[in-house]
Design a protein around this ligand. Structure first.
Ligand SMILES: Nc1ncnc2c1ncn2[C@@H]1O[C@H](COP(=O)(O)OP(=O)(O)O)[C@@H](O)[C@H]1O
Ligand SMILES: [Mg+2]
Ligand SMILES: [Zn+2]
Length: 502
């Protein structure tokens, strides 16, 4: 009897941490002792592991067994350590060679009969294993297509404990992942489908070019949802790192479709107004799961029918909007999920929502209060607003707009100009640049910013509002190919903010 050492991965949010698993067998009264901050699920795992070993036709050592997970200070949750615990006990008992566990990460929950069950978050676990210099990973077979998305580490898939033991002991082959699917995913629908709505289309282009948040207001059936769905086609494709970060979030959320390639088009996530707080920002018992704001990471969160969302849901968007991540505090500890998204809000002008404003039956107070539900602090972060009206014709050529490829070319050129300007500071878009930087290092000539001064003196514009307008002005300048905004760009930016929503 003796000591054995193997490896597994603990997840904290979407960050994996390689965990050393040790088993010491012998030298005392029969029993199992588990060290290293185990949570309830992990304590149950000792019973599962023992049953799985016995039901796989192997001998569970009838001696004192000490199992340790380290670093001990790291909180470890879940059942993904089962396989590593089982293999370490068997290695310590001499059933499998200790050597076979070297630089080998074992992931998976064991069923009582020894079957290997899937666990959430395989992809971020693999990223952590690879970055820690591990050579091999064994995952439940169903996770192979997900595992195929991670390069640089040898991946094997197994269906039960007996197979894994055969591999460790005799070198029997396990399943290998197929070639990773080429990056891809569904192309979003084309902007050419949207007729009319020149103002809103322009606002969409500016939003895409500068990374600005956008509010679309108009009666039902004017194309608000259509437009919002098309913004992701205007955005740059995801980098591999961003696509992997998004896939890791989807994996932890249990929302990575089987066999899906790495996304190239940024995600568009549209939560319903009846969503729970947990579905929107993340949460749930035990290991808190990521919500819609994180599934929209590096993409767009589309809040359709925004006034129908409760105030508490809308307020919950403010922290991720400011910080680009959510923090979820649980008894098991706080987890962080990335949540850097662009916000597109859509709203009807009033609750009765007729196709034409003239048919509205709402009392004027009700009408005014409706959009007021989008609280001030949230709206203050929305740089762009566009009012939409019923489309009057589907036939005239005048109604036909440009297609996605044409608009996208301008957006990418504007983004490239902005990215080059801010590269030294690490910002990608104008929307990310702090106000003080725009007011000092990149201050515009007094003549250009006069409209802002006037608005602030008249009390019509908050200081934060002025900063937002400055950012939009830089985007308008980038779109027109000028080196910095002039007075017209600043005025146009103010017009986007000012436009009375109702
Ligand atoms: N501007 C438009 N151009 C072309 N079709 C439109 C337009 N607006 C609405 N439609 C048609 O009406 C349907 C509903 O549009 P939608 O975008 O859902 O409107 P909204 O979100 O403003 O209520 C669309 O599927 C489309 O067939
Ligand atoms: Mg709609
Ligand atoms: Zn009404």
């Amino acid at each position: 009897m003796g000591l054995a050492r193997g490896w597994s991965v603990a997840l904290r949010g979407v960050d994996g941490h390689v965990v050393e698993v040790e088993a010491d067998v012998g030298g005392g009264l029969p029993g199992v002792h588990l060290l290293g901050l185990p949570d309830a699920a992990l304590r149950e795992s000792q019973d599962r592991v023992r049953a799985a070993v016995v039901n796989s036709g192997l001998v569970w050592p009838n001696e004192r067994i000490v199992l340790a997970l380290s670093p001990a200070t790291l909180r470890k949750t879940g059942s993904a350590f089962d396989l590593a615990l089982a293999c370490c006990v068997l290695a310590a008992a001499g059933t499998v060679p200790q050597r076979s566990l070297e630089r080998t990460v074992l992931l998976g929950e064991l069923a009582l009969d020894g079957r290997l069950r899937p666990v959430r978050g395989v992809l971020p676990c693999l990223l952590a294993a690879r970055d820690a210099g591990m050579a091999r990973v064994v995952v439940p077979e169903v996770a192979l297509s997900e595992a195929a998305l991670v390069g640089g580490i040898e991946v094997h898939g197994a269906t039960d404990l007996a197979e894994v033991l055969g591999w460790l002991r005799d070198g029997a082959l396990l399943r290998r992942p197929g070639p990773p699917p080429g990056p891809g995913g569904d192309e979003p629908p084309d902007l050419a489908d949207v007729l009319g709505q020149d103002d809103a289309r322009h606002a969409l282009e500016v939003a895409a070019a500068g990374g600005h948040h956008l509010l679309l207001v108009g009666p039902p059936g004017t194309g608000k949802t259509m437009l919002a769905q098309r913004i992701v086609g205007l955005l740059p494709r995801l980098t591999t790192d961003d696509a992997l970060a998004l896939a890791a979030i989807r994996s932890v959320a249990g929302r990575l479709p089987d066999g899906a390639p790495l996304a190239t088009v940024p995600p568009l996530v549209a939560p319903h107004h009846s969503s729970s707080m947990a579905a929107l920002v993340g949460g749930g018992g035990g290991l808190a799961r990521p919500g819609a704001v994180s599934l929209a990471h590096r993409g767009v969160l589309f809040v359709d029918e925004a006034p129908e969302f409760g105030a508490h849901l809308l307020d919950a968007l403010r922290t991720p909007l400011e910080e680009g991540e959510v923090r979820l505090a649980r008894a098991e500890g706080t987890v962080h999920y990335p949540a850097r998204f662009q916000l597109v809000l859509a709203a009807n002008p009033c609750p009765c929502a007729p196709a034409h404003d003239r048919d509205c039956v709402c009392p004027s107070l009700v009408r005014r209060r409706y959009l007021g539900r989008l609280s001030g602090p949230l709206l203050d972060r929305v740089d762009l607003r566009a009012r939409m009206y019923p489309v009057t014709t589907f036939t005239t050529e005048a109604a036909e707009g440009e297609d996605t490829a044409t608009v996208r070319a301008r957006v990418l050129a504007a983004r490239a100009a902005a990215a080059e300007r801010w590269a030294a500071d690490g910002w990608r878009t104008n929307a990310e640049v702090p106000g003080p930087v725009l007011r000092s290092r990149y201050a515009l000539p007094p003549a250009a910013v006069r409209p802002l001064d006037a608005g602030m003196r008249a009390g019509e514009l908050t200081a934060r509002g002025a900063d937002r307008a400055l950012r939009v002005a830089w985007t308008l300048s980038d779109l027109s190919g000028t080196s910095r905004p002039d007075r017209e760009h600043v005025e146009a930016a103010l017009y986007f903010r000012d436009r009375r929503a109702a």
